[in-house]
Design a protein around this ligand. Structure first.
Ligand code: C5P
Length: 241
């Protein structure tokens, strides 16, 4: 029987705020949330000490830096992020097989050397802000869905632990990749929340039903009048689906 704590663990809260004061105020309020996503903005503002402080509060860290560079630079950066104790981190699948292979090796060896758990490496396939036309403009001739599948398979084959994709691709990616390959989806909107700038959205229950291992939710929780009530409401909705 799946309990509320397990369900809460599948919701990753995006800490899309500008400084540690705003971030910790949310972390304090969301006592049942286990994993928080730290993106480029907050990480650039507050740096590694913020990650250590988050971990010291017993929270898991999803470090969403979407790395994309030559294999040496990415693998060395993955080592540093592993030392920060990130549980999940992202890199672009379009960086290629060698970049992903080297990143996976770096995470494994650094975790072993430091006696830390190995972070799960998630590949970003096609950004949800891109559509068929925009990927053609950058020289990709397939459509976005085909490109997502192609990159998901390459990521799996290159030692990644999972991918980030829109909820509309969860089912097909789950079908085309192994059972343990993680699928993490942003673009989640409860029926009672505004879509904001997200276009290809699904409700939390639908995304979990399609097979998402984790869902990433920002504004519907962090910009709600009561973030903790919004979080609890989402957990209840998933449970009652
Ligand atoms: O506020 P909202 O729920 O839209 O936040 C979603 C989070 O997931 C943001 O941090 C956003 O940058 C991230 N994300 C996304 N789409 C992707 C990858 C990441 O919305 N393809």
């Amino acid at each position: 029987m799946i309990n509320n704590r397990d369900l809460a663990g599948r919701i990753i809260v995006a800490l899309d705020v500008g400084d540690k004061e705003a971030a910790f105020s949310l972390v304090r309020e969301l006592e049942f949330a286990k994993t928080f996503k730290v993106g480029l903005k907050l990480f650039t503002a507050e740096g590694p000490s913020f990650l250590r402080a988050l971990r010291a509060q017993g929270k898991d860290v999803f470090l969403d830096l979407k790395l994309h560079d030559i294999p040496n630079t990415v693998s060395e950066t993955v080592k540093v992020c592993t030392r920060y104790g990130a549980h999940l981190m992202t890199l672009h699948a379009s960086g290629g097989r060698d970049m992903m292979n080297r990143a996976a090796d770096a995470a494994r060896s650094e975790a072993e050397n430091q006696g830390l758990p190995k972070p799960s490496l998630l590949a970003v396939t096609v950004l949800t802000s891109l559509n068929d036309r925009s990927i053609q403009e950058i020289g990709i001739s397939t459509d976005t869905k085909e490109q997502v599948i192609k990159l998901a398979k390459l990521a799996e084959d290159s030692g990644m632990d999972g991918i980030v994709c829109s909820p509309w691709e969860i089912e097909i990616v789950k079908k085309e990749t192994g059972q343990d390959f993680l699928v993490v989806s942003p673009g989640i909107r409860p029926a009672w929340s505004s879509a904001h700038d997200q276009k290809r959205i699904m409700t939390p229950s639908q995304a979990i039903e399609k097979g998402a291992d984790y869902i990433v939710i920002g504004r519907p929780i962090i910009a709600a009048p009561s973030p903790s009530e919004a979080f609890d409401k989402i957990v209840r909705e998933i449970k009652d689906q």
